[in-house]
Design a protein around this ligand. Sequence first.
Ligand SMILES: NC(=O)c1ccc[n+]([C@@H]2O[C@H](COP(=O)([O-])OP(=O)(O)OC[C@H]3O[C@@H](n4cnc5c(N)ncnc54)[C@H](OP(=O)(O)O)[C@@H]3O)[C@@H](O)[C@H]2O)c1
Length: 160
Amino acid sequence: MVALPVVRASNTALVQSHPLVVVFVGGTSGIGEYTIRALAATHGDQGKGLRIHIVGRNAAAAKQTIAYCRSVCSRGQFLFVKANDLSLLKDVDRVCAEIVRLEEKETAPNGGKPSLDLLVMSQAYFPLLFQPRKGTYIIPCLLTSQTPHHAHPHPDFVHD
Ligand SMILES: NC(=O)c1ccc[n+]([C@@H]2O[C@H](COP(=O)([O-])OP(=O)(O)OC[C@H]3O[C@@H](n4cnc5c(N)ncnc54)[C@H](OP(=O)(O)O)[C@@H]3O)[C@@H](O)[C@H]2O)c1
């Protein structure tokens, strides 16, 4: 297992090297919530920029997490994207479209395109949900990330 100081040093180097746009699915409690808090605290006021989309159902929990994140990372952007039931494809589609819309709104004024650096999924693992959605929505955004640390989705999820 990688030693904790090594993990912390790597995380610090990441937030201090590139602005990051991150999506947390299942970010309103448990692993997702704590990872969001740790990422915001690691970024603090020294990082290069941070925008986090928190996907979950519990708006009150998201509000508390966002308040904490703003207290430790004043320049970060923390957005709640409300899910209803991500076991339903129509909700997956709606949430993904909303994230892309929010990213287009952020990037269009500078002539940029939506780009996601990290996708963290802790709501559970629903592999079948993504097979019919090859090449759509947020996977193309992940592939435009300029950071060397971004996730490489499995090829099956990329090509139509
Ligand atoms: N905790 C552990 O030690 C551990 C260890 C190994 C594996 N895991 C696995 O890791 C995953 C996350 O664990 P956790 O402890 O962080 O769980 P958790 O505290 O229950 O968090 C689950 C998150 O997923 C969201 N969510 C759940 N079902 C959803 C649905 N149908 N539609 C939309 N959002 C949904 C919840 O949203 P709301 O709260 O807003 O409703 C919440 O944000 C689980 O699959 C778990 O089995 C956990």
